[in-house]
Every structure is written in C-alpha cells, then in structure tokens.
Design a protein around this ligand. Structure first.
Ligand SMILES: *[C@@H]1O[C@H](CO)[C@@H](O)[C@H](O)[C@H]1NC(C)=O
Ligand SMILES: *[C@@H]1O[C@H](CO)[C@@H](O)[C@H](O)[C@H]1NC(C)=O
Ligand SMILES: *[C@@H]1O[C@H](CO)[C@@H](O)[C@H](O)[C@H]1NC(C)=O
Ligand SMILES: *[C@@H]1O[C@H](CO)[C@@H](O)[C@H](O)[C@H]1NC(C)=O
Length: 382
C-alpha cells in the first residue's frame, strides 16, 4: 500500500490489492475485521488526502465530496459475518443450503458401536442416488467443539453455533429440557439464515438421504414452506389434520417465512414443556400460516418417509427419517438397517434391471426394532 506512490485516484488499485489479501485469509473473522479496519483507514486516508482542507474527519466522510461516496464501500463486497461467509460458500447458485445441526452425541462413537449417527448421515449422501454432489451444499452446524472438530476433520462446510453456556454435548433425550433448548437454538439460527437471504432445506441428522430431494420439491417460488409429515393422509395442502415433522423441510427466504420463524421463535418462553415442532403445529392449527398468506405444502411419506410411516415404494423413496424413536442408540441401529436394505436393493436392482418392478414389489424394510423398543420403560437412557 505504501509502495503505491501515485495520486489518490489509485484507490482502486489499493482496494484490489487489499482484496487479494482478503481472499487469502477468508477463514478468519478476526483477519477480516482487521482488513476491514485497514480498508476503512485506507479510505479515510484517501479522503483526507484528497480534501485539502480536511479539518474534520467526520464531515469529510459524511458530506463527502465525490471521491468518498459511500457507494465506494458498497462496491467492495466483503463478508459481513461468519455465517454469511459459510452460507456463501455452501449455497447452490439459487441460494439454497442444506442445513444439519450436530452435537457431540451424534459424532462420538461408543466403544461397542460401529458407527455414529453423523457418519450414517454422511454415508447416505455417498450411497444415495445423485446425492453425492449435494454434500458441497451441506452446512453442518456444530453445537459444541467436539462436533465442530469432527465436521472439520471430514472437510465439510462447518459452522459453530454459539450458545449461552449450555452444553448441548450430551445426548439430549427426547423432550428433556436440554433437547428442547437445542431445538429452539436451531430455530433462531434458521431465522438468521432466512434473514441473510438464503433458502434452506433443514434436515435432522437421523434422516437418510437416499435420493436427491430437489426433483421432488416444488420449484414454484410461491411455495414458501414444504415440510415432511409423520403420517401422510393423502392431501398435500392444509386441511387442518396435517401431522408435520420438522426433521425435514424446505423454506424459501422471504418476508412471510421470516415472519413465521420470528413468531415461532418468539414463543419459546411461552411454551413450557412443548417442543418447537408442537409450537409450530399450534401456529398452523391456529391459522397463523393463513394469516401470513404462507403457501405450505405437506410432503408425502411415499417420498419423504420415516419410521412412523415407511415409504411403500423403494423406487420413489427420497429420505428416511428415524422418527417415532426415542434414543440415539436405537436410531443408529435401525438406520444402519435402512442403509443395508437400500444397498441390497440397489445391488439386486443393478443385477436384474428388467425385473425392477418385481424386485420393488417384494422389497420390505427391515423392522425398526430398536426404535419400537426405545419407548419401553427400561429404555429411558441410551
Ligand atoms: C436450485 O438449484 C439446484 C441445482 O443447483 C436445483 O437442483 C434445484 O432444483 C434448485 N432449487 C430450486 C428450489 O429451484
Ligand atoms: C405457482 O403456484 C401458483 C399458486 O399455486 C400458481 O398460480 C402459479 O401458476 C404457479 N406457477 C408455476 C410456474 O407453476
Ligand atoms: C411481504 O411483502 C409484501 C410486499 O412486499 C407485502 O404486501 C406483505 O404484506 C408482506 N408480508 C408480511 C407478512 O410482512
Ligand atoms: C403467552 O401466553 C399467555 C397465556 O396463554 C398469553 O396471554 C400471552 O399473550 C402469551 N404471550 C405471547 C407473547 O404469545
């Protein structure tokens, strides 16, 4: 910068060199802040230099002469915050990201277990159909340091959630206070994502991605929310009976969805003992969606399935969610079986392509024994 002995007009050059510097240290917020201050100081310097009678800094910036318009700041695009940075990196060209939240309990392997929920989740992108390219668009939100390190180790897009001193690391058993608190924290994050202008698919990590969901989701920009269901009754619009499941949903970023998440999150302290999914269901049943003019589609379990209701067609299934289940151990056991079933189906189907419909007709998912038993009295812990 100092080598540049030219007149003030060379500010472009200086900015460009700063940009290069900036690119090489994108990963560090602190570095970015430092650069920002440098840049700011630089511009200030230029301003002062180019205003002969610059006695007041403030006035030279505010009532700036033509050299120091704020548009100069706007033309330089730099990441505003860390979330913006990771979103920009992970998003598809149409500004959509896939978001999953993980904590220590999802990434740490017990001595006697062969895998983890997180590993199964990532594995599903590998064995799924046309799901491999989607891993680039997955943003893993880590609720604690262990989860963050595991994510970085796997070289995924990782973002660390800051929390108010709560340790989300232990297994948050279904409906325990820690479980509920974590759910709310993620709702706040998703609101933040919408406010940044990004659409998202939110997915729980106990959802296996067997096929690329985008072809099965509506591309109509007027559909604001597309959400999975525990049980699908044959109607994909709001008939007052939908059993929504927040384990998988697609939201477009617009003022309606932002208003919805704002309202939803705003109810966290007024909903003691309820999990956020039930609060959202209350909002739906109470007519708040209609009030917003929010266009919602409810996803068919034929495609977006779960243990509450299996997909009846393995040729169509897109996701399998370990819902209606109570512990991580049981989920890992039963989702391992799902991936086994899937791989077996793919192998048989590849070997006998002409018999695909017969193979699909006789296909059956292995029973979800771990999850069915997880509700028993002796299974209150993992
Ligand atoms: C966004 O782009 C992806 C490809 O990058 C495409 O598969 C998907 O359908 C698009 N989503 C929407 C909602 O238009
Ligand atoms: C999108 O949905 C709206 C309302 O359901 C409909 O009027 C419109 O024709 C649809 N647009 C496209 C491109 O399908
Ligand atoms: C969203 O914006 C549109 C127009 O920009 C406006 O008509 C509508 O009332 C807004 N909705 C909400 C919920 O703010
Ligand atoms: C909280 O709940 C109480 C009682 O149900 C109700 O009167 C109040 O309006 C609610 N507050 C908000 C912010 O929804």
């Amino acid at each position: 910068m100092l080598k540049n002995k030219q007149k003030p007009n060379s500010s472009i050059l200086q900015i460009r060199s700063l940009n290069m510097f900036m690119d090489s240290s994108r990963n560090s917020i602190i570095a970015n802040l430092a650069i920002f201050s440098l840049l700011f100081a630089g511009l200030l310097y230029i301003c002062l230099w180019s205003t002969p009678s610059s006695t007041l800094l403030i006035s030279s910036l505010h009532h700036s002469n033509n050299k120091c318009r704020t548009s100069e700041f706007r033309n330089i695009k730099f990441p505003i915050d860390e979330l913006e940075m990771v979103l920009e990196k992970a998003a598809t060209p149409n500004k959509t990201v896939v978001i999953a939240v993980v904590n220590k309990a999802y990434v740490e392997q017990g001595i006697n277990s062969e895998t983890t929920m997180f590993d199964l989740f990532i594995e599903s992108f590998w064995v799924g159909e046309e799901t491999r390219p989607l891993i680039k668009h997955l943003l893993v939100v880590a609720a604690d340091q262990t989860a963050y390190e595991r994510c970085m180790f796997k070289r995924l897009n990782c973002y660390k959630l800051t929390t108010d001193g709560v340790d989300f690391g232990r297994e948050a058993l279904y409906m325990s206070p820690a479980f509920i608190k974590m759910m709310w924290r993620r709702t706040l994050l998703l609101l933040d994502v919408l406010k940044h202008g990004y659409n998202f698919i939110f997915t729980d990590t106990d959802v296996m991605w067997l096929r690329n969901p985008f072809p099965r989701l509506s591309k109509n920009g007027t559909d604001d929310l597309q959400i999975s269901t525990d049980v699908f009754f044959g109607n994909n619009i709001d008939d007052g009976k939908q059993l929504i499941n927040t384990g998988f949903y697609f939201m477009r970023s617009n003022n309606k969805t932002i208003a919805l998440l704002d309202k939803w999150y705003g109810m966290k302290d007024n909903s003691t003992g309820k999990k956020e999914q039930d609060v959202l269901l209350d909002l739906l049943r109470g007519g708040f969606f209609k009030q917003l003019g929010l266009q919602t589609l409810f996803l068919d379990t034929q495609y977006f399935s779960g243990f509450c209701q299996d997909s009846k067609d393995v040729r169509a299934v897109v996701t399998v969610h370990a819902n209606c289940c109570r512990s991580i151990k049981a989920k890992v056991q039963d989702l391992s079986a799902v991936l086994r079933d899937w791989k077996r189906f793919k192998a048989v189907a590849a070997a006998e392509k002409s018999k695909l419909s017969a193979i699909a007709r006789t296909f059956q998912w292995t029973g979800h024994f771990g999850c069915w038993n997880s509700w028993g009295p002796s299974n209150n812990t993992n």
